[in-house]
Design a protein around this ligand. Sequence first.
Ligand code: ADP
Ligand code: MG
Ligand code: ZN
Length: 196
Amino acid sequence: MYRRSADGWVEVICGPMFSGKSEELIRRVTRSKIARIPVQVFKPQLDTRYADEEVVSHSALKVEAEPVDGSLELLRAISDATEVIGIDEGQFFDDGLVDIVDNLAAKGKQVIVAGLDTDFLRRPFEPIPTLCDRAEYVTKMLAVCHRCGGAGMYTQRIVHSDDLVVLGATDAYEARCRMCYDPTEPEQPSLGLGDE
Ligand code: ADP
Ligand code: MG
Ligand code: ZN
């Protein structure tokens, strides 16, 4: 006998900076809002680049979002009635996000997580790669390479820093294709494509 599966599932939207992850997340949660489905959107507390209580894309699309300090705080902030949960900048969450997202889906929620799948040295940026394993749907986005216009798959840091997390947009990072990516590249000015 077949057992009907739960209504919930996990969607991951991953890719480098400027690939349109936030835009795509905003598009999906906005459609749910139009359909009057109860939605909550979250972002990590540390990402306050553009606004405190909104997710804002580089193209200035926006949606209301609750800043939370870690995955447990996110879990506690979810209302029973909420059916769609959007999470931006998932790479800035702790590894606890994986089981929390998994359990929410098992309980019937639709969870959409956007985030970087690799860091500026092309290393896996957890918890996004593990979340991809747990997701029914994975969308890998590509940016436009800031140097040659090709398929930008990586995030190149263009300012010098030894920290893993340097918040910034076009002043600190560029999208690069596999030919133009160079982790040993010295600091250099951006070509000024995009939204500067
Ligand atoms: P992400 O969340 O992946 O960093 P956003 O959704 O915030 O990306 O922004 C995507 C938008 O950024 C694009 O629609 C475009 O308007 C703008 N943009 C600026 N630079 C680039 C680039 N190099 N490649 C693609 N889009 C870019
Ligand atoms: Mg984004
Ligand atoms: Zn290139």
